[in-house]
Design a binder for this molecule. Structure first.
Ligand code: PMP
Length: 436
């Protein structure tokens, strides 16, 4: 048996070890995450989950069949590592497809890189471009991971909000009514600015930036020699005949833009986690360095199936059978159902021009969830928690998509995901109609 003294010194040394800070400084202030809390609440209480952004309907048959073929076909090498920066059949397809969209010749090996979802594409960009103290402009409301990703890279996020304008003639507000103030946007660019993050179509508002708005951003990027991370994961989900314009196609922008996409959103298969980046080699070479030294590689079978999905879409490009034509049609109808359900009960919807999402104004429901004096939790967050617990309907507070300093300016909206089966949207409608 160890002597009492020996065991005392052992316990002291253990204590000393345990009291050492374990958390790297770069994680300070970013350890709390809204999704952990809201996903758990939805799992515990919701009967209808319109919170997190994923379809509850299946991906198209041609994609599932491609996956099964890849999985159980002759080519057993599809179960092994493939090329680190993207499975050759997939990068070739992406180069061909995006080459056609952008009207330029793309080299599959240097102008395209495959990532573990768009998430990892974003991570690679921030790690590759942002140095300690660099400023990164983020347009609010924003897909919430941009802020912690900039901070982890040592950068300083600089926020600029889209400003809502009241619609005329008692019409419903549209996501197009949320606009940048040109002078305010210009005032955010400085010598310290390295990157601007653009997300069009935008999560959570569903805003599709117009050509004029994109030109405004592009001119500032060129003038100040700024890079643009263009998150276009909802590129095919655009409604009412609106056009998705790629900022990389504007003058002076190709050389300074990384386009980010996601097979999850493109083919309704968010769990596959296949994403990509498209851009000039002078930018992508640095993404490859981060990718090589972090995840290295993405699932081969899923990449093979996505390549086949793109091959089909290339063959059917612009035809009515194309999934890229059918999916937005289907989603536009779902959007319209949810708009009607919400409007009927006075939870005023902001009609989105694109994406899976719809933001609604909860001001008229304030009497249901009274304000708590002195609480620093934004009202919409308390409302969304109350709603899932008491009505079984899950949604996400809009304040989650704002920085700490601006959260309380936008605290009376919640975001719904309408990429859901008809039965799910009907169940949501039942809850809303019974409520009011
Ligand atoms: N960007 C935006 C704007 C998103 O909404 C999402 C997913 N919610 C992503 C990126 C991440 O996409 P993926 O699932 O392909 O990682």
């Amino acid at each position: 048996l160890p002597s009492a003294k020996a065991s005392e010194s052992l316990s002291l040394s253990l204590q000393a070890k345990m009291s050492r800070p374990v958390q790297a400084r770069r994680l300070e202030g970013i350890d709390k995450n809204i999704w952990v809390e809201f996903v758990k609440l939805a799992a515990t209480y919701s009967t209808v989950n319109l919170g997190q952004g994923f379809p509850d309907f299946p991906p198209p048959d041609f994609l599932k069949e491609a996956f099964v073929r890849a999985l159980s076909g002759e080519n057993h090498m599809l179960h092994q590592y493939t090329r680190a920066f993207g499975h050759p059949p997939l990068v070739k397809m992406l180069a061909q497809f995006f080459g056609k969209l952008l009207g330029r010749d793309l080299d599959p090996m240097t102008n395209v890189m495959v990532t573990v979802g768009a998430y990892q594409a974003l991570f690679c960009c921030f790690q590759a471009f942002v140095d300690e103290g660099d400023e990164v402009i983020i347009i609010e409301p924003f897909f919430d991971c941009y802020e912690p990703m900039v901070k982890m890279a040592g950068g300083m996020p600089v926020f600029v909000p889209l400003r809502p304008k009241a619609p005329k003639d008692g019409k419903l507000m549209s996501s197009a009514d949320w606009q940048l103030d040109p002078a305010e946007l210009a005032s955010k660019f400085s010598e310290r600015t390295k990157v601007i993050v653009l997300n069009s179509p935008n999560n959570p508002l569903g805003k599709v930036f117009s050509r004029g708005e994109l030109e405004l951003i592009a001119d500032l990027c060129v003038k100040h020699d700024i890079l643009c991370i263009s998150d276009e994961v909802y590129e095919w989900l655009v409604y009412d005949g609106k056009e998705h314009i790629r900022i990389a196609s504007l003058r002076g922008m190709w050389d300074r833009t990384v386009i980010i996409g996601s097979a999850g959103k493109t083919f309704s298969a968010t769990g596959w986690k296949v994403g990509w980046t498209v851009g000039p080699n002078r930018l992508l070479q640095h993404l490859r360095t981060v990718h090589q030294n972090s995840v290295y590689h993405c699932a081969t079978v899923a990449q093979e199936a996505v390549a086949q999905g793109f091959q089909r879409e290339l063959d059917l490009y612009g035809k009515p059978e194309s999934y890229f034509i059918q999916l937005p049609k289907l989603l536009q109808q779902k959007r319209d159902w949810l708009v009607q359900s919400l409007d009927a009960v006075g939870m005023k919807p902001i009609v989105p021009e694109g994406t899976y999402f719809l933001v609604a104004d909860i001001s008229q429901f304030k009497s249901d969830v009274p304000d708590v004096a002195g609480s620093d939790e934004p009202y919409d967050s308390r409302f969304a928690k109350w709603m899932v617990k008491n009505k079984g309907l899950a949604a996400i507070p809009l304040s989650a998509f704002y920085c700490g300093a601006h959260k309380n300016n936008y605290d009376h909206f919640i975001r719904f995901c309408f990429a859901k089966e008809e039965a799910t949207l009907k169940a949501a409608n039942d809850i809303l109609q019974k409520w009011k």
